[in-house]
Design a protein around this ligand. Structure first.
Ligand code: GLP
Length: 234
């Protein structure tokens, strides 16, 4: 695991762009994308770059269930606003949270992932160690499926909704296996409230109780963290 400590999220976004450009120069075609507040500085750098992504494919990690694709809190909408409006890809995939047929929605997504292996995967991390929406206890061999969001995640994401009651309770998420199948992974984490998660990610036991810990076993992972998030590391 390569660790890059930066001053702040702005600098983290710039570092992320360097790694992304490097991957593209080495032939990356399929890019795994994440939502959340953390990757936004990276997306801003991509938007301000002269990169042309119109012949690339993007595949997002997850989507809330039961939320229309044009709902302002959907991850479809997030990606459109934060990246795709300015930097369109040839094809962009996000799980179809509006499809109530779990088997169909997740099966189709797993097929997309099989046909388009991810070259470069962006990740954030939840304070409980979730990546995508793979909450603690997610099997390391999991693929895209419907997942229950934990009370901690519902509470953490309530800030984006009018009230906690409006936060979806389920999501379709790529599984841990889909994520770790990516050739290269870059995870961003910033701020004091990610300190404990970063410590477990880097120095903790590899366990399904802390899903992101599996990244310790991957041979091409870089974590980009700011000084605050790195404060508990030995
Ligand atoms: C969400 C997303 C994750 C993201 C995490 C952290 O639940 N499904 O992909 O990494 O929250 O979000 P933030 O970057 O806003 O802290």
């Amino acid at each position: 695991m390569n660790i890059i400590i930066v001053k702040d999220a702005l600098e983290g976004g710039k570092k992320g762009l360097e790694l992304f450009e490097n991957a593209l120069n080495n032939g990356a075609e399929v890019i795994g994308l994440a939502t959340g507040s953390t990757p936004i500085t990276f997306y801003n750098e991509v938007k301000n770059s002269n990169l042309d992504l119109s012949d690339k494919i993007s595949i997002n990690l997850d989507e809330y269930c039961g939320v229309a694709n044009d709902h302002p809190q959907s991850y479809h909408y997030f990606m459109q606003k934060n990246l795709f409006d300015v930097k369109p890809f040839k094809e962009s995939y996000v799980p179809d949270g509006a499809n109530t047929n779990e088997e169909e929605a997740c099966g189709a997504y797993n097929t997309i992932l099989e046909e388009n292996p991810i070259d470069f995967q962006i990740l954030g991390i939840g304070t409980n160690g979730h990546i995508g929406f793979n909450e603690p206890g997610s099997p390391f061999n999991s693929v895209t499926r419907k997942v229950d969001l934990t009370p901690a995640t519902i509470e953490a994401n309530a800030r984006f909704f009018e009230s906690e009651a409006d936060v979806p309770k389920f999501a379709y998420s790529m599984g841990i296996k889909n994520i770790t199948d990516a050739k290269e992974i870059v995870l961003f984490a910033y701020g004091k409230n990610k300190q404990e998660a970063v410590k477990s990610l880097v120095e903790g036991a590899v366990t399904e109780d802390f899903p992101a810990s599996i990244l310790q076993n991957h041979d091409n992972v870089t974590i980009i963290i700011d000084e605050e998030a790195s404060a508990l590391l030995k």
